[in-house]
Ligand binder design. Structure first.
Ligand code: HEC
Ligand code: HEC
Ligand code: HEC
Ligand code: HEC
Ligand code: HEC
Ligand code: HEC
Ligand code: HEC
Ligand code: HEC
Ligand code: HEC
Length: 409
């Protein structure tokens, strides 16, 4: 009984320390070498592959029990040496596209990476054109330091993806060879999405692969990469599809991107509807009905904003003067939500529709203003009665003083 417990303890401790029964000759010899020959061992030791006993020979072939280099690097034992781009993709695919193999490790494993990769410009460049300059599986995941995708230190973790793509897409010289501007990374870093991801740590904001897909050209469910905005901004897309612009596709216009751009998306403001700088002017001139729509929408939204600001001031003012304004503060939140809805409503590009939605916000605002006015009036009333009482009290004091003096006399 006792020996069994001890054995189990030893097994648990070795497991905890990551001691694996049989270190291969590849690891032993390579860990004593230098630079590019030993680094793979150090990196591999912390990888997801090491944790699952996928070792050097599983990827490079050779004989992991042979002590001398010639025998270990034996071609007759399947030795491939350092794989080239095409070999790398085939190598990773051998396991990762094999469903029955991968399910043994995790029943939820996906095995569609290779299939999707083959449809991407990266896959076409490497496998069909045999060009070699685009990304292989190892360009994005690493060769030896591969980690679970959701590990915060992984090269493909949301906050690290940009740097991974930037190795090539930030290299203007390389990108020029393919007629790609190479501005994508810098543009993205200036966007509302990058601010949300890096400053607010909002993992629901998109990084490169959320719009372009992890492996394919565009993620499943999005007909093309321009359509991907609507998968998150559902309401904006729905309204756009009901608007006079719904047929843009057919004339080669690119949806959301026409007004917001794709990478350098700025925080939208009312200026996007102003008569001098409005985005509508890119396609419509001042003689078209669209111009009137733009003008009217601008007026509604800026009007609403001014009213909302005024109201907030009134409520704060009353609260500072000691009135209980909790109910008004709550209603102010509702009005703010209604205002945000109105901004979204612009995407039907109809001033009637916007006015209809903005009405809810206006009703809220009017009610709050009424409430705040009443409370402020109460403050005035209380002050007035305070002065009245104060005055009366003062007169009483004087009378009392006079009385005392006359009594003393
Ligand atoms: C006794 C030492 C020794 C053993 C055992 C050994 N290697 Fe090597 N390996 C070397 C040396 C030295 C080099 C560099 C010289 C060369 O490429 O011939 C090298 C090079 C390599 C390279 C790079 C080849 C290239 O083209 O750059 C790979 C990959 C490699 N080994 C993998 C393995 C694997 C896998 C095993 C186990 C099956 C293994 N090695 C076993 C010593 C060893
Ligand atoms: C998951 C597959 C995988 C495993 C496991 C793996 N390698 Fe590699 N190895 C690769 C790939 C892919 C490359 C090519 C990387 C590149 O082109 O940048 C490579 C390259 C190398 C090189 C050449 C490095 C260079 O910069 O020239 C050496 C040496 C090497 N591996 C040794 C090892 C050793 C030793 C182990 C075990 C400790 C090991 N590899 C485990 C996939 C693997
Ligand atoms: C252009 C970069 C890139 C290339 C090339 C690439 N991947 Fe990925 N891979 C990613 C990203 C990004 C993720 C997902 C991260 C996430 O889920 O947020 C991922 C996720 C994965 C996962 C985790 C499971 C999953 O599907 O989400 C596996 C396994 C994987 N990739 C294998 C491969 C294989 C095999 C290849 C080559 C055929 C490859 N990858 C090529 C970027 C790449
Ligand atoms: C000999 C089989 C084998 C080869 C070859 C192989 N892998 Fe793996 N890989 C695995 C196994 C097994 C796991 C662990 C799966 C798990 O835990 O769900 C794994 C895990 C991964 C993960 C983490 C998956 C996740 O769920 O986040 C990535 C990424 C990955 N491998 C990429 C690669 C890349 C890139 C290559 C080629 C350089 C490669 N693999 C080659 C077997 C292999
Ligand atoms: C190893 C370098 C490398 C890495 C890393 C890399 N790419 Fe690429 N990518 C390229 C090259 C080169 C091309 C052009 C291929 C061609 O046209 O033959 C390309 C093409 C593309 C294209 C198609 C552009 C077009 O219109 O032709 C997209 C989109 C893209 N990459 C996105 C990404 C994303 C997202 C990442 C990171 C997750 C990434 N790439 C990582 C080298 C890379
Ligand atoms: C919010 C979605 C989104 C994000 C995030 C995003 N892209 Fe794009 N990207 C697009 C759209 C849309 C296009 C335009 C496609 C078209 O015109 O056909 C595009 C085009 C591209 C192109 C082709 C450009 C050309 O000049 O041909 C590359 C390369 C690219 N993106 C790389 C990246 C990289 C790298 C990142 C991360 C730094 C990234 N993208 C982030 C949506 C996005
Ligand atoms: C993966 C989900 C996702 C995708 C895809 C996506 N977005 Fe976003 N978007 C977000 C999130 C999250 C925010 C940040 C909200 C915040 O913090 O205010 C945001 C913010 C914005 C904003 C600023 C909103 C504001 O009130 O300041 C605009 C404009 C925008 N996105 C447009 C786009 C466009 C255009 C595309 C397609 C090219 C797109 N988004 C694709 C999730 C997404
Ligand atoms: C990228 C070009 C483009 C931009 C930018 C654009 N539109 Fe349009 N708009 C069109 C096209 C094309 C039509 C359809 C024209 C037709 O059928 O006569 C259209 C039609 C309309 C219509 C239907 C009435 C009409 O003139 O036929 C309205 C209203 C409209 N747009 C409003 C706007 C507003 C408001 C903006 C700015 C917020 C805007 N548009 C920005 C291209 C654009
Ligand atoms: C014709 C131009 C145009 C197109 C096309 C367009 N937008 Fe907008 N968008 C605007 C304008 C103008 C505003 C700013 C309204 C304001 O604040 O005054 C805006 C604001 C936004 C906002 C911030 C307000 C909100 O709804 O939270 C988001 C997010 C947004 N757009 C996403 C999208 C998405 C997603 C698409 C594609 C389905 C899209 N836009 C298509 C012109 C456009």
């Amino acid at each position: 009984m006792k020996t069994r417990t001890i054995l189990i303890l030893i097994a648990l401790i070795s497991f905890g320390l990551g001691v694996h029964a049989d270190e291969t000759s590849c690891e032993i010899c390579h860990s004593k070498l230098k630079g590019r020959l030993s680094q793979p061992v150090t990196q591999w030791k912390n990888s997801i592959h090491q944790q699952n006993d996928i070792n050097c020979a599983n990827c490079h072939g050779g004989d992991p029990s042979a002590k001398n280099m010639k025998a270990a690097h034996s071609r007759s034992k399947g030795w491939i040496g350092k794989p080239g781009p095409i070999q790398i993709v085939k190598l990773c695919g051998t396991c990762h596209a094999n469903e029955s193999f991968m399910k043994k490790y995790d029943p939820n494993s996906r095995t569609d990476q290779l299939k999707n990769y083959m449809t991407s410009n990266h896959g076409i460049n490497i496998m069909k054109k045999e060009d070699g300059r685009a990304a292989t599986c190892a360009s994005c995941h690493g060769a030896h330091d591969v980690l679970k995708a959701m590990n915060p230190r992984s090269h493909v973790y949301p906050e690290n993806v940009v740097d991974t793509c930037a190795k090539c897409h930030g290299d203007k010289k390389l990108m020029a060879q393919f007629d790609i501007s190479g501005n994508e990374v810098a543009d993205y870093k200036s966007s509302v999405h990058a601010t949300a991801l890096y400053k607010k740590h909002d993992l629901s904001a998109p990084t490169c692969n959320d719009c372009h897909g992890n492996h394919g050209a565009a993620p499943p469910g999005a007909a093309s990469v321009e359509k991907v905005c609507g998968t998150c901004h559902v309401m904006n897309q729905k309204l756009f599809d009901e608007s006079p612009h719904k047929e843009w596709d057919e004339i080669g216009l690119r949806g959301c991107v026409e007004c917001h751009s794709n990478h350098a998306i700025k925080p939208p403001t009312d200026a996007m509807l102003s008569t001098d700088k409005g985005v509508c002017l890119n396609c419509h001139d001042s003689t078209e009905p669209a111009f009137k729509t733009m003008e009217a929408m601008y007026k509604t939204l800026t009007g609403l904003e001014t009213k909302l600001m005024e109201t907030r001031e009134m409520v704060n003012n009353a609260a500072e003067k000691g009135m209980l304004m909790d109910d008004a503060m709550l209603k102010l939140q509702d009005a703010k939500t209604a205002y945000i809805k109105s901004r979204t409503a612009t995407h039907k590009f109809s001033s009637d529709y916007l006015d209809h939605i903005a009405k809810a916000a206006l009703v809220d605002v009017t009610n709050i203003q009424k409430l705040a006015k009443e409370r402020l009036m109460e403050v005035t009333k209380r002050r007035t009665s305070f002065y009245w009482f104060g005055g009366l009290f003062f007169i009483l004091l004087i009378l009392l003083g006079l009385k005392i003096r006359s009594m003393e006399k």
